[in-house]
Design a protein around this ligand. Structure first.
Ligand code: DGY
Length: 326
């Protein structure tokens, strides 16, 4: 019997996807750009599985070209790139990779928080550019963490992992979420606040919510105006949660002190984007989960989901439970 055809939208190291060997016929897209390459689209009518990245859009138009498709496996925990309703309607389970990237992403959120608080990008650049002429008592001053308040928006796995780390730095923790978690059960002290309260009380605001219709554009001019003028905004969640125009104005007019972004809208952010010109903003290229171990485990989980789907089994991790009638 012919092996099922699987489209892997972009190349992954062979050792990360070794479980697919002998199980599927793999057609691999190019490293760049985002989306489905023409040679994949030519074959999509035959494809039974798709293993994709968060940069690939899986929508109704694509599903219409793929009558034999039986599983979509997204190598990411976030799945806003996939029209899950359309997949459910077609009976196609959608897999994701929760859990394995929690620590790496929380580490990066803390790295951004620390870098922004202590102005590391500016200090490093100044040292390199010859502006380190003496030990200056007033040079490169940043903000203290101990005693400051960190507002965590979205107390899911990653939000909790950030809270755990932040507690060790002496930060006071507050959070907002669409559902209130049972605080007494958490291994750190954290208090619930409404979103508006969190914005006005926090010295640092870190975003850890998924991108949904409710969270898209949630950090708009109104939200930014509620923040302290000394506050720093950190985003390791999804770019479109923040409205760019509002953030640019807020940073230019000092409504807030700074922003550190791992995710942007769009991605990649073009090099001539005005956000890059702001001295109080720094941007890294969506590297929250970018450690060797984490990315390999994400790929392995994506393969496990894919193979289960092709075998007609429940995926170990899926995001559209309705597809199984539960
Ligand atoms: C995810 O998996 O959703 C992350 O954004 C990848 O870093």
């Amino acid at each position: 019997m012919a092996l099922p055809l699987v489209l892997l939208t972009h190349p992954l190291p062979p050792e990360w996807i070794s479980s697919l060997q002998g199980r599927v016929r793999l057609l691999v897209g190019p490293a760049e750009p985002s989306g489905f390459a023409p040679h994949l689209l030519e074959q999509i009518g035959e494809a039974e599985g798709v293993l994709c990245l968060l940069i690939d859009r899986i929508d109704q138009n694509l599903l219409d070209l793929a009558p034999r498709l039986r599983v979509v496996s997204n190598m990411a925990v976030g799945y806003d790139n996939v029209d899950t309703l359309a997949c459910t309607h077609r009976g196609i389970p959608v897999g994701n990779t929760p859990g394995v990237l929690t620590d790496a992403t929380a580490d990066l959120a803390m790295a951004l928080l620390l870098s922004a608080a202590r102005r590391l990008p500016k200090a490093a650049m100044d040292a390199k550019d010859g502006f380190w002429r003496t030990w200056s008592p007033t040079g490169w001053l940043g903000s203290d963490l101990r005693g400051a308040t960190l507002g965590i928006v979205g107390m899911g796995k990653i939000g909790k992992a950030v809270a755990q780390r932040a507690q060790a730095f002496g930060l006071k923790l507050i959070y907002s979420d669409h559902k209130q978690v049972f605080e007494a059960s958490l291994p750190f002290n954290v208090e619930y606040r409404s979103f508006d309260e969190l914005l006005s009380e926090s010295d640092f605001v870190s975003l850890h919510c998924p991108l949904t219709i409710q969270t898209k554009g949630m950090i708009d001019a109104t939200a930014l105006k509620k923040m302290k003028r000394s506050a720093i905004l950190i985003n390791t969640a999804r770019g479109p949660i923040i409205l760019n125009a509002a953030l640019i104005q807020a940073l230019r007019e000092s409504w807030i002190a700074g922003a550190a972004l791992d995710v942007t809208d769009p991605e990649p952010l073009p090099p001539d984007h005005p956000l890059y010109d702001l001295p109080n903003c720094f941007i890294v290229p969506h590297i929250g989960s970018a450690t060797h171990g984490t990315r390999q485990r994400m790929a392995e989980m994506a393969c496990e989901n894919l193979l289960a789907g092709l075998d007609g089994l429940k995926l170990p991790n899926y995001v559209n439970p309705d597809v199984y009638g539960s």
